[in-house]
Design a binder for this molecule. Structure first.
Ligand code: NAP
Length: 249
C-alpha cells in the first residue's frame, strides 16, 4: 500500500465487529468512514472513534451506496462487514428472509466493491476485506440461508482476488467464529427461548462450539483485518482467515 493517510470504509461500522475494526484502523492512522442504516447508532460510534466520518446508508441499496461513497474521495481500504442473520429450520425460511440476507450479506458487498473498484484499479492498489464467517467454511443447522450467503461471499472473494492478482489490490475474507456482539446476544436469547435453557447455558453451548471454549472478541477480528491491510500482507489474497479458536481447520 502507498504512503500517507489511508481512507477506509467500514460497512456496519456502528457496532460490534465493525466498530472494533473502525477503532483499530483509526488508531493505526487511517481516516475511517462508517456506514450503517441507523444514524443514531453511527453517532454513538463516533464517541468511540472521534475522528470517524459517518453516513447513513443501506448497503442493499446500490444508489445509496454510490451516492455516499462518491463523496468520500479515494478509498484505499473497503471492509464489507454489514451483515444480518435470521435462523430457522430450512423449510421455515421464506423467500423474503432469503432475499433480506442475500441483499445485505452478498449484494451489499457487491454494491460497495462496484463503487470503489474502478478508482482502486486506476491507482493500482487497495485492500478489500469481506467479513464472512465460519459459516462460509462449514454448515450450521438452522442457518442454511445465512451460511449460503457467507459461502457466496467467500466465492466472490476468491474469484475477485484472482481477477486482481496482477494489481496491488488484495481481496480476502475474515471468518469469525461466534463473537461477542449483538448477533450472539440475539442467538443466546433465541436458543434460551427455543430450548427452555437459561441464558448462561445457552451461551455455554455457543462457547462449546469453539475448541478454546470461549467466544471471540471483536478486537481479535479487528487485529486480523489490521494485518491484512498492512503493506506486509501483499502476498495474502483470496484467503479465508478463520478467527475462531480452531473451530475450523
Ligand atoms: P452487529 O453488531 O449486529 O453488526 C452488524 C452491523 O451491520 C450493524 O452495525 C448494522 O447496523 C449493520 N447493517 C446491517 N444491515 C445493514 C445494511 N443493510 N446496510 C448497512 N449496514 C447494515 O453484529 P456483528 O456480530 O458485529 O456482525 C458484523 C459482521 O460479522 C456480520 O457480517 C456478521 O455476519 C459477521 N459475523 C459475526 C459473527 C458473530 O458471532 N458475532 C460471527 C461471524 C461473522 P444498522 O442496523 O444500523 O444498519
Amino acid at each position: 500500500m502507498g504512503q500517507g493517510v489511508r481512507q477506509a470504509v467500514i460497512t456496519g461500522g456502528g457496532s460490534g465487529i465493525g466498530l472494533a475494526i473502525a477503532r483499530r484502523l483509526s488508531a493505526d492512522g487511517a481516516t475511517v468512514l462508517l456506514l450503517g442504516r441507523s444514524e443514531d447508532r453511527l453517532r454513538a460510534a463516533q464517541q468511540a472513534v472521534p475522528d470517524a466520518r459517518i453516513a447513513a446508508c443501506d448497503v442493499a441499496d446500490e444508489d445509496s451506496v454510490k451516492r455516499v461513497l462518491s463523496g468520500f474521495g479515494s478509498i484505499d481500504i473497503l471492509v464489507n462487514n454489514a451483515g444480518i442473520v435470521e435462523t430457522a429450520l430450512f423449510l421455515r425460511i421464506d423467500d423474503d428472509a432469503w432475499r433480506r440476507m442475500v441483499d445485505v450479506n452478498l449484494m451489499g458487498a457487491v454494491h460497495c466493491i462496484r463503487a470503489v473498484l474502478p478508482a482502486m484499479t486506476a491507482r493500482g492498489r487497495g485492500r478489500i476485506i469481506n467479513i464472512a464467517s465460519t459459516a462460509a467454511l462449514k454448515g450450521y443447522a438452522y442457518a442454511s440461508a445465512y451460511a449460503a450467503t457467507k459461502h457466496a461471499l467467500l466465492g466472490l472473494t476468491r474469484s475477485l482476488a484472482l481477477e486482481l492478482a496482477r494489481t496491488e489490490i488484495t481481496v480476502n475474507a475474515v471468518c469469525p467464529g461466534y463473537t461477542e456482539t449483538a448477533i450472539v446476544e440475539a442467538a443466546v436469547a433465541r436458543i434460551a427461548e427455543k430450548t427452555g435453557r437459561g441464558p448462561e447455558e445457552a451461551r455455554a453451548a455457543l462457547e462449546a462450539a469453539n475448541p478454546q471454549g470461549r467466544l471471540i472478541k471483536p478486537e481479535e477480528v479487528a487485529q486480523a483485518v489490521a494485518w491484512l491491510v498492512s503493506p506486509e500482507a501483499r502476498a495474502i489474497t483470496g484467503q479465508a482467515i478463520a478467527v475462531a479458536g480452531g473451530e475450523v481447520m
